[in-house]
Design a binder for this molecule. Structure first.
Ligand SMILES: Cc1cc2nc3c(=O)[nH]c(=O)nc-3n(C[C@H](O)[C@H](O)[C@H](O)COP(=O)(O)O)c2cc1C
Length: 171
């Protein structure tokens, strides 16, 4: 799939078929995340693949959102240590930026593989850490179900126009 087609086709899917994604696809998606750029090339993001049905259920429970999600067969959970990245000249930590770049690579690669995702940022971090035995000094910054959507969605459309967000030469 052409890059721009992938960007337009990526949507947040919340209803999944029970079928487990193929291992080769999962590996290619993870490799796309591995190739993402990070601060000083520190590559601090780790990925926990959750396929055990009991654990998948427990993760859904820890997400616990009111919005209707239909249970996907698996999750990819992204974690990084605050020390797993760098700091800019103002002392701002970059681990969140590194995480976002890697996770978006992963999400776009999943789209290119014909798989559905939904970046989830709202969850009980402590519960997820406990379920997945995540070490104390790691943060869980995002997770996504991975699977096949039960229905198609149109391309991304509800976005601001370029004229509202692009400023040539000055704000
Ligand atoms: C960092 C981040 C966190 C998000 N967290 C959630 C979430 O916790 N629950 C949810 O249902 N959707 C979540 N989303 C999905 C957004 O709601 C969705 O991307 C946005 O509404 C645009 O829709 P689209 O992805 O279909 O284009 C998140 C997206 C991002 C990028």
């Amino acid at each position: 799939m052409d890059f721009y087609e992938v960007v337009k086709k990526r949507r947040s899917f919340r209803v999944y078929k029970p079928d487990m994604p193929e291992k080769e696809k999962i590996e290619r998606i993870l490799d796309a995340a591995r190739l993402a750029p990070t601060w000083a090339n520190m590559q601090g993001v780790h990925y926990i693949i959750v396929q055990d049905s009991e654990k998948v259920k427990a993760v859904w429970k820890a997400v616990g959102q009111r919005r209707k999600f239909a249970e996907a067969p698996m999750f990819i959970v992204g974690i990084i240590r605050e020390k797993g990245s760098g700091m800019n000249a103002n002392g701002e930590k970059y681990y969140g930026v590194d995480f976002g770049i890697c996770f978006e690579h992963l999400i776009l690669a999943a789209t290119a593989e014909g798989l559905a995702t939904c970046w989830i940022g709202f969850f009980n971090e402590n519960k997820i850490k406990k379920i997945l035995s995540v070490p104390e000094d790691y943060r869980v910054l995002g997770l996504t179900p991975l699977g096949y959507s039960t229905k198609e969605k149109g391309s991304v459309s509800d976005r601001k126009s370029l004229s509202k967000i692009v400023h040539w030469e000055k704000f």
